[in-house]
Design a binder for this molecule. Structure first.
Ligand code: NAD
Length: 332
């Protein structure tokens, strides 16, 4: 099989880690024709927008993309390209696994959970306005359709991967209508999956439990904002943002990208960890049905981690991004 895959290198550390991932995936022996497209602040002067139509068209045509991080200005400027991309392509499920990797030091053992984050609504709808000079208001949108769809996705994933439990995370004690609707939908969908254990938990308690006994959790399903925050927490349980992959899945397209952002202070230094995007590439290969190549990359990654000689700074080593990728390629 050969595949056309859209590659968005991103900005900040994006280009260096995307290049590493592309080389590793090519070395795994999959026939991919990469269609490289640029987005973000760098293209605004040419196209008048950070997300030109050709980016969306490429992903729609190919159905699959690998994406580096894109910077969003804080508190001003254009709207997040990452969020707009997910909304435009209706990539409703953000899937972020957190599991211990061989050779990576962590305070926790036996962590193997998946965060399933709703990706299209909640406070991320971006509907906010100033109320006079001294107040501002943001609108939290939760719908039955999106809530049932994400919870069903989480249960289906649990069934597919032979997992035992789904935990719905919310704050329905305070946001009785919005989070209350999400919880009502979760309970309703859970009834269709009698073989999978279901529980719900308030998000603050969930954070405490995750740092005490993360091994007890299996699949977490959350509205957009809690999912964003809790997935970084989960990345921290297993080695940090440098090793946390992710996928944005919709009906017609899927975009695979690391959980981390563009880490501007490290940009151009060839020093950050390429694993988060390489592991996002592994998720992409599994999505394409290329389990053999995905398995080969995982074996090569495990060997490099266990050997411990070619690790980036965040994993206690002093190797560069390209050296670590090179070591994985040598194993392949
Ligand atoms: P960040 O994830 O970019 O970086 C936070 C810190 O985590 C870094 O300073 C670094 O110490 C560490 N880190 C991140 N990636 C690493 C890697 N691969 N290897 C080693 N260490 C790594 O978060 P931020 O600084 O809050 O955000 C920077 C920009 O990225 C912002 O503009 C934000 O909007 C954007 N962002 C984009 C995405 C995306 O493209 N999907 C996701 C998150 C943040």
């Amino acid at each position: 099989m050969s595949y056309n895959v859209t590659l968005i290198p991103g900005d900040g550390i994006g280009p260096e880690i995307s290049d590493a991932a592309r080389r590793v995936i090519d070395a795994a022996g999959v026939d991919i024709r990469w269609e490289e497209v640029e987005a973000g602040e760098a293209v605004i002067s040419r196209y008048g927008t950070p997300l030109p139509d050709y980016v969306l068209e490429s992903i729609r045509r190919n159905g699959v993309a690998l994406k580096g991080p894109l910077t969003t200005p804080v508190g001003k400027g254009f709207r997040s390209v990452n969020v707009t991309l997910r909304q435009e392509l209706n990539l409703f499920a953000n899937v972020r696994p957190a599991r211990n990797l061989p050779g990576i030091e962590s305070r926790y053992k036996n962590v193997d959970l998946i965060v399933v984050r709703e990706n299209t609504e909640d406070l991320y709808a971006g509907i906010e306005h100033r109320v006079g000079r001294d107040a501002a208001e943001s609108i939290k949108i939760i719908t039955r359709e999106a809530s049932e769809r994400i919870v069903r996705y989480a249960f289906d994933l649990a069934v597919k991967q032979g997992r035992k439990k789904v935990t719905a995370v919310h704050k329905a004690n305070i946001m009785k209508l919005t989070d209350g609707l999400f919880l009502e939908c979760a309970r309703r969908v859970a009834r269709d999956y009698p073989d999978i254990e279901f529980e719900d938990m308030i998000v603050d308690a969930m954070c405490m439990k995750l740092v005490q006994t993360p091994e007890k959790y299996d699949v977490l399903v959350l509205p957009n904002l809690y999912g964003d925050i809790v997935s970084d927490l989960c990345a921290g349980l297993v080695g940090g943002l440098g090793v946390a992959p992710g996928a944005n899945i919709g009906e017609g397209a899927a975009v695979f990208e690391p959980v981390h952002g563009s880490a501007p202070k490290h940009a151009g230094l060839n020093r950050v960890n390429p694993l988060a995007i390489i592991l996002s590439g592994v998720m992409m290969l599994q999505h394409l049905g290329e389990d053999g190549a995905a398995g080969r990359i995982m074996k090569a990654v495990a060997a490099v981690l266990e050997e411990g000689r070619n690790l980036t700074y965040d994993l206690g080593g002093s190797s560069s991004t390209s050296e670590m990728a090179g070591a994985i390629i040598a194993r392949l």
